[in-house]
Design a protein around this ligand. Structure first.
Ligand SMILES: [Zn+2]
Length: 153
């Protein structure tokens, strides 16, 4: 039973080698790493939030109901692209999909604007494998709530 679980964890890139993680944490404590602000990302996130504020204003005061419905539909489609596509299909290989389904999910993934599939899957695998170490691109130890401000610091 344990062997099957280990194989499944390994096959779906959920592997958490606890000794390796402990080792990496101890190693990162020894180093005096300084965080720095990535101004390009700060500018992009600032522009993104300004656009979101303008969009929110328009939803309530300016947009037609069909536009609001379209935004909602795009949001849902992008979410499916990330959860079913980039996350489950490509990052974890949780299931297999036919070529037309992969192309469809790839298009939905693009709607979400969360990097390309390869980069998304790579970062997510690193996140699972080395959770909250220096090798985790979404580490909670990087300040500035890296889960939403990813790469900001
Ligand atoms: Zn995952």
């Amino acid at each position: 039973m344990s062997i099957k679980v280990d194989a499944l964890i390994s096959r779906q890139f959920l592997a958490a080698n606890l000794d390796e993680i402990r080792e990496m944490r101890e190693e990162s404590r020894k180093q005096d790493a300084k965080s720095h602000i990535v101004w390009r990302n700060v500018a992009l996130f600032f522009a993104l939030h300004v656009g979101a504020a303008i969009g929110l204003y328009q939803i309530f005061f300016d947009a037609k109901w069909a536009t609001v419905a379209w935004v909602f539909i795009l949001h849902m489609l992008g979410s499916v692209g990330i959860t079913a596509g980039a996350h489950r299909l490509w990052a974890h290989r949780s299931y297999k999909a036919t070529l037309p389904m992969r192309i469809f999910l790839m298009c939905l993934n693009n709607i979400a604007l969360q990097n390309d599939i390869i980069e998304w899957a790579r970062d997510h695998r690193c996140h699972h494998k080395w959770t909250d170490t220096d090798a985790d691109p979404h580490s909670t130890h990087r300040g500035c709530s890296s889960r939403t401000w990813d790469g900001c610091w």
